[in-house]
Design a protein around this ligand. Structure first.
Ligand code: HEM
Length: 458
């Protein structure tokens, strides 16, 4: 049987630096070059020797066996310091219990309530838009999705100064988290300005989460949201005894939801509006759908099944630009994958970006074509669409995110046309999430007058 030393090494390996230079210069190009060298390819990124899984079926195997391919590797090793036991970062041994505790807040029956918040918040956000205004659309959508998350999951709206700080801290945390994946462990604690910025952001974010939890614990109001669920849930732990989450565990969870519930969805929505701006014919069809389903009013939960093209556009956006483009795992016990033996401790990377752009899976994979997802179109091969991952660690917020995207995109389309402000060189920025150039501006032009009372008709 073959072993990891015959997993081929990607070309361009440099002494000491490994593949970091090629990777950091253009991560997506580097990643896309790997399948030519094998189904599994060895790379060295910063201090981490890592095996990249290039084949969709092997990726599926990794995702389905979350005990053997556990959370770990560069992404999660470097997250342990700020969210070691959050739902998204915790190891398999803690996961089922934590997932059960969070699940009620994401039950399908809760979606109509969440959708009411989404409708109200996108309506409020877009009523501040001026006809012809050039918007930093990424920042705008980050604010909108953060407001929706706070209200749906934590029944709260924080003061403007706190939310501005929260946005800044989340941005600094994500940037620092990504950078730290390329830094050896001994260098993590060097007193650099970057490290201080990162640690300040982590401290403030955890303090904000701690304050949210403490307020709820001290209050008497009866909220049926994620925060209450996490504070009150009792469950059997690994030893079989029943216990609640500790304060630290609750904060870890909240940090994970703050990151997972805003940065992913806002990046994807920013891509969707950008793709509409540069594909005016698709935008026109979206306007036609919004006109026929919504007739100028904001979208609600009941509209979502009728917003077919909107759903196809978002799905195609997630195929081309999955927010989680590169995610890691660590092998917990020796195993085989694709005919190779992988010893315990092997770091792995799986990539929705690679799987969803594989040409055998999708004709003209780099083309934005929402009609791939039309009901009459051929069904893409199984396991070829994984923007939310798969298996037990699949995104807990997938249905929430799809509802949020449909409501936000169609409500915007009902009233506004978007175009790219000329002179911008928009590129994918592959950091912790995959998003378009920071600060990208879209011009918003009113399609129809605001209703006088701004009311939401049912
Ligand atoms: C377009 C939007 C979103 C995308 C593309 C996305 C993507 C993902 C992916 C790929 C994973 C698996 C990560 C892994 O394999 O390690 C994940 C997990 C997770 N996501 Fe999302 N996500 C989105 C929206 C959301 C939202 C709205 C929430 C919360 C409100 C959320 C919360 C989480 C959590 C808590 C996990 C960890 C689940 C577990 O391990 O049991 N995500 N997401």
């Amino acid at each position: 049987m073959s072993s990891t030393h015959v997993v081929p090494r990607a070309p361009g390996h440099l002494p000491l630096l490994g593949h970091s230079v090629a990777f950091l210069r253009d991560p997506l190009r580097f990643l896309s070059s790997l399948p030519a060298h094998g189904d599994l390819v060895r790379v060295r990124l910063g201090p981490f020797e890592t095996v990249v899984v290039c084949d969709p079926e092997l990726t599926h195997q990794v995702l389905l066996d979350d005990r053997t391919f556990d959370k770990g590797g560069p992404t999660f090793e470097r997250a342990r310091g700020f969210s070691g036991s959050g739902l998204g970062t915790c190891p398999h041994s803690q996961h089922r219990r934590k997932r059960r505790m969070s699940q009620p807040a994401f039950h399908r029956a809760r979606l109509p309530d969440h959708a009411r918040v989404m409708t109200a918040q996108v309506t409020a956000a877009t009523t501040t838009w001026q006809d012809g205004q050039a918007l930093d659309i990424g920042a705008h959508l980050r604010g909108l999705t953060r407001t929706i998350l706070l209200e749906t999951m934590f029944s709260t709206s924080l003061p403007t100064a706190v939310t501005a700080q929260l946005d800044e801290d989340l941005t600094a945390l994500l940037a620092g988290w990504y950078r730290r994946m390329f830094v050896p462990r001994w260098a993590l604690d060097l007193p650099t300005p970057g490290r201080r910025r990162f640690q300040r952001a982590v401290r403030r974010l955890r303090d904000t989460c701690a304050a949210l939890a403490a307020d709820r614990q001290a209050g008497t109001a009866d909220h049926h949201d994620l925060l209450t669920t996490l504070i009150t849930a009792q469950d059997g732990d690994e030893s079989g005894s029943r216990r609640r989450l500790t304060d630290t565990e609750i904060i870890d969870q909240l940090v994970d939801f703050m990151i997972g519930g805003t940065e992913t969805i806002s990046a994807a929505l920013t891509w969707a509006l950008y793709l509409l701006a540069i594909h005016p014919a698709v935008q026109q069809r979206l306007h036609a759908e919004a006109d026929s389903v919504l007739a100028g009013r904001p979208a609600t939960f009941d509209d979502v099944p009728n917003l077919r093209l909107t759903g196809q556009i978002f799905k195609e956006t997630l195929r081309l630009h999955p927010s989680g483009w590169m995610i890691t795992r660590a092998v917990s016990t020796e195993t085989t994958l694709g005919g190779h033996t992988l010893p315990a401790g092997t770091n792995l990377v799986y990539s929705p970006y690679l799987v969803q752009r594989a040409s055998e899976q999708y004709p003209h994979p780099d083309r934005f074509d929402p009609d791939r997802w039309a009901p009459q179109a051929p069904t893409p091969p199984p396991h070829s669409f994984i923007p939310f991952a798969a298996g037990a660690r699949k995104c807990i917020g997938d249905a929430f995110a799809l509802t949020e995207a449909a409501i936000i995109l169609s409500t915007i389309a009902a009233r506004w046309q978007v175009s790219l402000v000329p002179g911008q060189d928009v590129r994918p920025v592959a950091g912790m999430t995959l998003h378009p150039t920071t600060g990208m501006r879209l011009r918003v032009v009113r399609r129809r007058p605001e209703p006088h009372n701004g009311a939401i008709r049912p």
